[in-house]
Design a protein around this ligand. Structure first.
Ligand code: MG
Length: 160
């Protein structure tokens, strides 16, 4: 087994759509980023890459050129899981935290779980999406940003 951890944070700004876990969330602000700014999918990408020893999202999908400008992060995660599977690893489960003061994410958790599972080719029972606020503390707590953490387990049995 291999384990990996991922973390990301993006600033909330006007005039951007909000996408979390590959799902469009109705809100007056969206996440600033070179891609669509989907912090949750970026954290899952980094956890997968970390577990597989394949670097990080910045190395795999550089934000310096036009290739990933406004990219759909679902595409980045699909490309990531393809690389991870090609390296001989199979995902076992994913657990994630989304930390946002607003909007309220509870109503969206089932759709996000379904979507992340679909992109990864996993049973939704193997994907856990948790949401919490930051109790009004720091930039996330002031509603200036949304952060996400993810942890994944990979089975490397096929690799050895
Ligand atoms: Mg990011």
């Amino acid at each position: 087994m291999r384990i990996g951890i991922g973390y990301d944070i993006h600033r909330l700004v006007p005039d951007r759509p909000l996408r979390l876990g590959g799902v469009a969330i109705p809100f007056e602000l969206g996440l600033l980023g070179h891609s669509d700014g989907d912090v949750l999918l970026h954290a899952v990408c980094d956890a997968l890459l970390g577990a597989a020893g394949l670097g990080d999202i910045g190395e795999q999908f550089p934000d310096t050129g036009p290739a990933y400008q406004d990219a759909d992060s679902a595409m980045l995660l699909a490309a990531t899981i393809k690389k991870v599977r090609a390296a001989g690893f199979a995902p076992v489960n994913v657990d994630a935290n989304v930390i946002a003061e607003q909007p309220r994410l509870a109503p969206h958790k089932p759709a996000i779980r379904q979507r992340v599972a679909e992109i990864l080719g996993l049973d939704p029972a193997r994907v856990s999406i948790k949401a919490r606020t930051h109790e009004g503390l720091d930039a996330v707590g002031r509603g200036e940003a949304i952060a996400a953490q993810a942890i994944v387990l990979l089975d490397d049995a096929g690799r050895c």
